[in-house]
Design a protein around this ligand. Structure first.
Ligand code: PMP
Length: 376
């Protein structure tokens, strides 16, 4: 007999909405026939992958053995720039895995977590899987409202998430404000600082490790997916106190970091030339996009990341769909809590120009103006 899934399913999942990854290039090829769509939807590195990482991957001779599960060399390499120790570092199958792991280790059903709104959608999703209650605090002018988030903390709060820079807005918090916030949080609350885009920040931004030094119940999450162009090997890492790290390591799956990921990341970490080129491309590309938005009268939040959240004069889904038909993939803000904005990753100069040309062509339609035949 067919089991009833309704009674089989965990109660916390009955209203569950799945995480939607961005539209894939293959999908746009299939649906619209574009040979090379411009993809600015998943905040990837437009320059590709660190050449040093690719070289190291090519030299992998065998994958038959299980990896050394504690990855000592890699953790030592990640700890070194900060003067931290191996037991301050945990590795994950993407930083996404470490987020889920923090719930497995610290959050019971009915506990609360505090997040910003909008912020990275996985925080809410993971909370739902854990049957935890999400308290969402609206951003103020696009930025985490740290005072309001502090007021939202109750004795039931287990984790407070600060995404810095924030996805999907690209905004960051001020360093001093973050230090004050961290100092005021009750010591029994874990502060998770998701810094997937940390490398792209300007010098005014906070380094989560400086928060960790002041407040041990802090978990700083980073990733190799963005700056090193390694999204598909799946590698993320976290810094925290030895006590937090030990628990994350006890609960995580064995061998969660595959050898190709470990080998590629160890090489990428020394690829200073690729990092410098990537940062340079990002600074220039952001300036190119922001200047065009200003000329076109479109508001965009100041971005500390490798993407921008730009306002459009129509529903985000409609703008996203119209751009898709022109071979440009961006992320609609509709499913991200920004119904009148698009999230656009910074691409190469040519990709940015292709997006801007499509945007400019569509704007008059969106603004409801009639374009006269033959007008410039
Ligand atoms: N955190 C944030 C805020 C992100 O935007 C992303 C990328 N979507 C991640 C984490 C995921 O990183 P990873 O690829 O390491 O799982």
């Amino acid at each position: 007999m067919q089991p009833s899934l309704d009674s089989l399913l965990r109660a916390s999942l009955r209203t569950f909405t799945a995480y939607k990854p961005g539209t894939s290039v293959d999908d746009v090829r299939r649906r619209f026939g574009f040979e090379r769509p411009v993809k600015l939807s998943q905040n990837e590195n437009p320059l590709g992958t660190s050449p040093r990482a690719l070289e190291a991957l090519r030299a992998v001779a065998s994958l038959s053995d299980y990896v050394e599960d504690d990855h000592l060399a890699l953790r030592e390499r990640l700890a070194r720039p900060y003067g931290l120790a191996i037991d301050n570092v945990v590795l994950g199958h993407g930083s996404n895995e470490l987020l889920a792991l923090a719930f497995s280790v610290f959050v019971d059903p009915g506990d609360q977590v505090v997040i910003a709104d909008p912020t990275f959608s996985l925080f809410r999703k993971d909370a739902q899987v854990a049957a935890a209650e999400t308290v969402a605090v609206p951003l103020r002018a696009g930025v985490h409202d740290l005072d309001a988030m502090l007021r939202a903390v109750t004795p039931r709060t287990k984790i407070v998430f600060v995404c810095d820079p924030n996805n999907p807005t690209g905004t960051r918090v001020e360093r001093d404000a973050l230090f004050a916030f961290a100092a005021a949080l009750p010591p029994g609350v874990l502060l998770v600082l998701d810094q997937a885009y940390r490398e792209f920040m300007d010098p005014g931004g906070a380094d989560g490790v400086d928060v960790l030094r002041r407040r041990p119940a802090t978990l700083v999450l980073r990733t190799a997916s963005k700056i090193y162009g390694l999204a598909s090997v799946r590698f993320g890492y976290g810094y925290s106190s030895p006590e937090v790290i030990a628990w994350l390591n006890r609960v995580r799956l064995p061998f969660n970091v595959a050898r190709p990921a470990a080998v590629a990341v160890l090489a990428a970490l020394d690829d200073e030339a690729f990092v410098a080129r990537s940062l340079d491309n990002n600074v220039r590309g952001k300036a190119q996009l922001m200047a065009a938005f200003e000329r076109l009268g479109l508001h965009a939040y100041p971005s500390a990341a490798n993407f921008v959240a730009v306002e459009v004069p129509c529903a985000a889904d409609a703008a996203y769909g119209a751009l898709l038909e022109r071979g440009v993939i961006v992320r609609s803000g509709d499913g991200l809590g920004m119904p009148r904005r698009l999230r656009v990753s910074v691409g190469t100069p040519d990709e940015n120009a292709a997006f801007l040309a499509a945007l400019e062509a569509l704007l008059p339609v969106w603004r409801g103006q009639t374009v006269e035949a033959g007008s410039a």
